[in-house]
Design a protein around this ligand. Structure first.
Ligand code: PLP
Length: 286
Protein backbone atom coordinates (compact mmCIF):
# COMPACT_ATOMS: atom_id res chain seq x y z
CA UNK A 1 0.00 0.00 0.00
CA UNK A 2 1.22 3.48 -0.87
CA UNK A 3 2.09 5.37 2.33
CA UNK A 4 1.31 8.97 3.08
CA UNK A 5 4.54 10.65 4.18
CA UNK A 6 5.37 14.13 5.43
CA UNK A 7 7.99 16.27 3.73
CA UNK A 8 8.74 19.93 4.42
CA UNK A 9 5.21 20.90 5.44
CA UNK A 10 3.23 18.65 3.10
CA UNK A 11 1.49 15.29 3.40
CA UNK A 12 2.10 13.41 0.16
CA UNK A 13 1.94 9.91 -1.34
CA UNK A 14 5.43 8.42 -0.85
CA UNK A 15 6.24 8.41 -4.57
CA UNK A 16 5.58 12.14 -4.84
CA UNK A 17 7.71 13.21 -1.85
CA UNK A 18 10.96 14.85 -2.93
CA UNK A 19 13.93 16.60 -1.32
CA UNK A 20 16.63 18.71 -2.94
CA UNK A 21 19.87 17.03 -4.08
CA UNK A 22 21.58 19.92 -2.21
CA UNK A 23 19.95 19.04 1.10
CA UNK A 24 22.77 18.79 3.66
CA UNK A 25 21.27 15.65 5.14
CA UNK A 26 21.90 13.97 1.78
CA UNK A 27 25.30 15.54 1.02
CA UNK A 28 26.91 15.72 4.49
CA UNK A 29 24.85 13.50 6.82
CA UNK A 30 24.08 16.88 8.41
CA UNK A 31 20.88 15.64 9.96
CA UNK A 32 19.42 14.11 13.09
CA UNK A 33 16.61 11.62 13.53
CA UNK A 34 14.25 9.87 15.93
CA UNK A 35 12.32 6.62 15.74
CA UNK A 36 9.18 6.35 17.85
CA UNK A 37 7.33 3.07 18.19
CA UNK A 38 3.58 2.64 17.87
CA UNK A 39 1.53 0.10 19.83
CA UNK A 40 -2.28 -0.10 19.72
CA UNK A 41 -2.14 2.84 17.27
CA UNK A 42 -0.52 5.07 19.91
CA UNK A 43 2.92 6.63 20.29
CA UNK A 44 5.33 5.19 22.87
CA UNK A 45 7.30 7.77 24.89
CA UNK A 46 6.74 10.57 22.37
CA UNK A 47 7.87 13.12 24.93
CA UNK A 48 11.23 11.40 25.47
CA UNK A 49 11.92 11.38 21.74
CA UNK A 50 10.86 15.02 21.31
CA UNK A 51 13.15 16.11 24.16
CA UNK A 52 16.12 14.16 22.75
CA UNK A 53 15.45 15.65 19.31
CA UNK A 54 15.58 19.14 20.79
CA UNK A 55 18.89 18.27 22.44
CA UNK A 56 20.39 16.85 19.21
CA UNK A 57 19.36 20.00 17.33
CA UNK A 58 20.80 22.27 20.03
CA UNK A 59 24.13 20.41 20.13
CA UNK A 60 24.52 20.90 16.37
CA UNK A 61 23.22 24.49 16.22
CA UNK A 62 20.35 23.37 14.03
CA UNK A 63 17.03 25.16 13.86
CA UNK A 64 13.93 23.26 14.97
CA UNK A 65 11.55 22.90 12.00
CA UNK A 66 8.40 23.15 14.16
CA UNK A 67 7.12 23.01 17.72
CA UNK A 68 6.73 19.85 19.81
CA UNK A 69 2.92 20.09 19.53
CA UNK A 70 3.14 20.34 15.75
CA UNK A 71 5.46 17.32 15.70
CA UNK A 72 2.97 15.34 17.77
CA UNK A 73 0.18 16.28 15.39
CA UNK A 74 2.24 15.15 12.36
CA UNK A 75 3.10 11.83 14.06
CA UNK A 76 -0.54 11.20 14.93
CA UNK A 77 -1.84 12.12 11.50
CA UNK A 78 0.63 9.78 9.77
CA UNK A 79 -0.22 6.92 12.15
CA UNK A 80 -3.90 7.42 11.46
CA UNK A 81 -3.67 7.97 7.68
CA UNK A 82 -1.51 4.88 7.28
CA UNK A 83 -3.57 2.70 9.64
CA UNK A 84 -0.57 1.83 11.83
CA UNK A 85 -1.50 -0.35 14.81
CA UNK A 86 2.01 -1.65 15.51
CA UNK A 87 4.99 -0.05 13.85
CA UNK A 88 7.37 2.87 13.82
CA UNK A 89 7.43 6.55 12.92
CA UNK A 90 10.75 7.74 11.48
CA UNK A 91 11.54 11.44 11.75
CA UNK A 92 14.52 13.23 10.22
CA UNK A 93 15.50 16.88 10.50
CA UNK A 94 18.27 18.21 8.27
CA UNK A 95 20.09 21.52 8.11
CA UNK A 96 18.26 22.05 4.84
CA UNK A 97 19.56 23.32 1.53
CA UNK A 98 20.84 26.67 0.32
CA UNK A 99 21.12 25.44 -3.24
CA UNK A 100 24.80 24.40 -3.36
CA UNK A 101 27.41 22.19 -1.68
CA UNK A 102 29.69 23.81 0.87
CA UNK A 103 31.39 22.57 4.05
CA UNK A 104 30.51 25.83 5.77
CA UNK A 105 27.06 25.81 7.35
CA UNK A 106 24.50 27.78 5.32
CA UNK A 107 22.94 30.99 6.61
CA UNK A 108 21.18 30.27 9.93
CA UNK A 109 17.92 31.46 8.31
CA UNK A 110 18.04 28.50 5.91
CA UNK A 111 14.90 26.46 6.45
CA UNK A 112 15.59 23.08 8.04
CA UNK A 113 14.39 20.03 6.15
CA UNK A 114 11.92 17.67 7.80
CA UNK A 115 10.76 14.25 6.71
CA UNK A 116 8.55 11.74 8.51
CA UNK A 117 7.27 8.35 7.40
CA UNK A 118 5.69 5.33 9.05
CA UNK A 119 6.78 1.70 8.95
CA UNK A 120 4.04 -0.86 9.43
CA UNK A 121 5.25 -3.73 11.67
CA UNK A 122 2.37 -5.99 12.62
CA UNK A 123 3.41 -8.27 15.50
CA UNK A 124 6.18 -5.93 16.67
CA UNK A 125 5.39 -6.50 20.34
CA UNK A 126 5.33 -10.26 19.91
CA UNK A 127 8.12 -10.72 17.42
CA UNK A 128 9.54 -14.24 16.87
CA UNK A 129 13.02 -12.66 17.15
CA UNK A 130 12.32 -11.59 20.74
CA UNK A 131 11.11 -15.09 21.62
CA UNK A 132 14.24 -16.68 20.17
CA UNK A 133 16.71 -14.07 21.40
CA UNK A 134 19.53 -12.47 19.41
CA UNK A 135 23.03 -13.69 18.64
CA UNK A 136 25.63 -10.92 18.68
CA UNK A 137 29.26 -10.61 17.68
CA UNK A 138 31.73 -8.01 18.93
CA UNK A 139 33.36 -5.50 16.57
CA UNK A 140 35.61 -2.47 17.03
CA UNK A 141 33.80 0.79 17.64
CA UNK A 142 35.25 3.19 15.08
CA UNK A 143 32.44 5.78 15.12
CA UNK A 144 32.90 9.50 15.81
CA UNK A 145 33.09 10.89 19.36
CA UNK A 146 29.59 12.40 19.70
CA UNK A 147 27.43 9.29 19.75
CA UNK A 148 25.12 11.03 22.21
CA UNK A 149 23.78 13.05 19.27
CA UNK A 150 21.39 11.01 17.17
CA UNK A 151 22.78 11.83 13.72
CA UNK A 152 22.06 9.97 10.50
CA UNK A 153 25.73 8.91 10.16
CA UNK A 154 24.75 5.26 10.18
CA UNK A 155 27.21 3.78 7.70
CA UNK A 156 29.34 2.01 10.32
CA UNK A 157 26.37 0.65 12.30
CA UNK A 158 25.00 -0.59 9.00
CA UNK A 159 28.36 -2.25 8.17
CA UNK A 160 28.33 -3.75 11.68
CA UNK A 161 24.97 -5.39 11.02
CA UNK A 162 26.36 -6.80 7.77
CA UNK A 163 29.43 -8.17 9.61
CA UNK A 164 27.03 -9.83 12.05
CA UNK A 165 24.93 -11.25 9.24
CA UNK A 166 28.01 -12.67 7.51
CA UNK A 167 29.03 -14.32 10.79
CA UNK A 168 25.58 -15.94 11.12
CA UNK A 169 24.57 -13.57 13.95
CA UNK A 170 21.83 -10.96 14.29
CA UNK A 171 23.68 -7.91 15.54
CA UNK A 172 27.01 -6.53 16.75
CA UNK A 173 28.14 -4.98 20.03
CA UNK A 174 30.86 -2.40 19.63
CA UNK A 175 34.01 -2.33 21.74
CA UNK A 176 36.29 0.65 22.36
CA UNK A 177 39.43 0.67 24.53
CA UNK A 178 38.49 -2.79 25.79
CA UNK A 179 34.95 -1.89 26.88
CA UNK A 180 31.58 -2.44 25.24
CA UNK A 181 29.96 0.82 24.14
CA UNK A 182 26.59 -0.28 22.71
CA UNK A 183 24.91 -2.30 19.98
CA UNK A 184 24.74 -1.04 16.38
CA UNK A 185 21.26 0.37 17.06
CA UNK A 186 20.60 -0.35 20.71
CA UNK A 187 21.99 -0.10 24.23
CA UNK A 188 23.70 -3.20 25.68
CA UNK A 189 23.31 -4.95 29.07
CA UNK A 190 24.29 -8.18 30.78
CA UNK A 191 23.01 -9.76 33.97
CA UNK A 192 25.20 -11.62 36.47
CA UNK A 193 23.89 -12.96 39.78
CA UNK A 194 20.75 -10.86 39.42
CA UNK A 195 22.57 -7.55 38.80
CA UNK A 196 21.91 -5.68 35.54
CA UNK A 197 25.11 -4.10 34.22
CA UNK A 198 25.19 -1.39 31.55
CA UNK A 199 27.57 1.36 30.46
CA UNK A 200 26.93 4.78 32.07
CA UNK A 201 25.75 7.70 29.94
CA UNK A 202 28.43 9.87 28.29
CA UNK A 203 29.23 11.14 24.79
CA UNK A 204 30.32 7.57 23.94
CA UNK A 205 26.80 6.17 23.62
CA UNK A 206 23.34 7.23 22.57
CA UNK A 207 21.16 8.12 25.54
CA UNK A 208 18.46 5.60 24.73
CA UNK A 209 14.89 6.57 25.48
CA UNK A 210 14.11 2.89 26.06
CA UNK A 211 17.21 2.57 28.28
CA UNK A 212 15.92 5.32 30.54
CA UNK A 213 12.45 3.78 30.85
CA UNK A 214 13.75 0.22 31.34
CA UNK A 215 16.24 1.24 34.06
CA UNK A 216 13.50 3.15 35.88
CA UNK A 217 11.15 0.16 35.70
CA UNK A 218 13.92 -2.23 36.80
CA UNK A 219 14.60 -0.03 39.81
CA UNK A 220 10.90 0.11 40.65
CA UNK A 221 10.85 -3.72 40.49
CA UNK A 222 13.70 -3.73 43.09
CA UNK A 223 16.24 -5.11 40.59
CA UNK A 224 19.94 -4.36 41.16
CA UNK A 225 21.55 -2.08 38.55
CA UNK A 226 25.21 -1.20 38.06
CA UNK A 227 26.09 1.50 35.54
CA UNK A 228 29.75 0.87 34.79
CA UNK A 229 32.16 -0.01 32.00
CA UNK A 230 32.25 -3.71 31.13
CA UNK A 231 34.25 -5.94 28.81
CA UNK A 232 32.93 -8.35 26.21
CA UNK A 233 34.50 -11.23 28.22
CA UNK A 234 32.42 -10.30 31.27
CA UNK A 235 29.31 -10.29 29.08
CA UNK A 236 30.22 -13.72 27.68
CA UNK A 237 30.29 -15.10 31.23
CA UNK A 238 26.92 -13.55 32.09
CA UNK A 239 23.77 -15.42 33.05
CA UNK A 240 21.76 -13.33 30.56
CA UNK A 241 22.09 -10.33 28.30
CA UNK A 242 19.76 -8.03 26.39
CA UNK A 243 19.53 -4.84 24.38
CA UNK A 244 17.03 -1.98 24.41
CA UNK A 245 15.75 0.22 21.60
CA UNK A 246 12.54 1.92 20.55
CA UNK A 247 12.20 -0.44 17.60
CA UNK A 248 12.79 -3.74 19.44
CA UNK A 249 11.96 -2.78 23.07
CA UNK A 250 13.85 -5.25 25.32
CA UNK A 251 15.56 -7.85 23.12
CA UNK A 252 17.10 -10.86 24.90
CA UNK A 253 20.63 -11.80 23.76
CA UNK A 254 21.41 -15.53 23.86
CA UNK A 255 24.88 -15.73 22.30
CA UNK A 256 27.96 -13.48 22.21
CA UNK A 257 30.85 -14.28 19.82
CA UNK A 258 29.62 -17.88 19.56
CA UNK A 259 29.45 -18.32 23.36
CA UNK A 260 26.00 -19.41 24.53
CA UNK A 261 24.55 -17.60 27.55
CA UNK A 262 22.70 -19.77 30.06
CA UNK A 263 20.70 -22.45 28.24
CA UNK A 264 20.71 -20.45 25.01
CA UNK A 265 17.15 -19.17 25.38
CA UNK A 266 15.98 -15.71 26.56
CA UNK A 267 16.72 -15.30 30.27
CA UNK A 268 14.01 -14.77 32.91
CA UNK A 269 15.02 -11.20 33.85
CA UNK A 270 15.20 -10.02 30.23
CA UNK A 271 11.80 -11.61 29.54
CA UNK A 272 10.31 -10.01 32.65
CA UNK A 273 11.73 -6.60 31.73
CA UNK A 274 10.28 -6.88 28.25
CA UNK A 275 6.85 -7.65 29.71
CA UNK A 276 7.01 -4.84 32.26
CA UNK A 277 8.24 -2.38 29.62
CA UNK A 278 5.51 -3.31 27.11
CA UNK A 279 2.76 -3.17 29.76
CA UNK A 280 3.88 0.21 31.05
CA UNK A 281 4.40 1.61 27.52
CA UNK A 282 0.91 0.63 26.44
CA UNK A 283 -0.52 2.35 29.52
CA UNK A 284 1.31 5.62 28.95
CA UNK A 285 1.12 5.72 25.12
CA UNK A 286 -0.50 8.79 23.58
N1 PLP B 1 22.21 3.18 20.63
C1 PLP B 1 22.24 3.41 19.31
C2 PLP B 1 23.55 3.52 18.61
C3 PLP B 1 21.03 3.53 18.58
O1 PLP B 1 21.07 3.76 17.26
C4 PLP B 1 19.81 3.38 19.27
C5 PLP B 1 18.53 3.53 18.56
O2 PLP B 1 18.47 3.78 17.39
C6 PLP B 1 19.83 3.13 20.65
C7 PLP B 1 21.06 3.04 21.31
C8 PLP B 1 18.55 2.97 21.44
O3 PLP B 1 17.92 4.20 21.62
P1 PLP B 1 16.33 4.29 21.81
O4 PLP B 1 16.01 3.43 22.99
O5 PLP B 1 16.09 5.72 22.07
O6 PLP B 1 15.72 3.77 20.55
Amino acid sequence: MMRTVYVNGEYLPEDEAKISIFDRGFLMADAVYEVTSVLDGKLIDFDGHAVRLERSLRELDMTAPCTKDELLEIHRKLVEENGIVEGLVYLQVTRGSDGDRDFVFPDPDTKPGIVLFTQNKPGLANSPASQKGAKVISIDDIRWGRRDIKTVQLLYPSMGKMMAKKAGADDAWMVEDGYVTEGTSNNAYFIKNGTIVTRPLSNDILHGITRKAVLRLAEEAQMQIEERLFTIDEAKEADEAFTTSASAFVMPVVEIDGVQLGDGTPGPIAKRLREIYLDESRKTAI
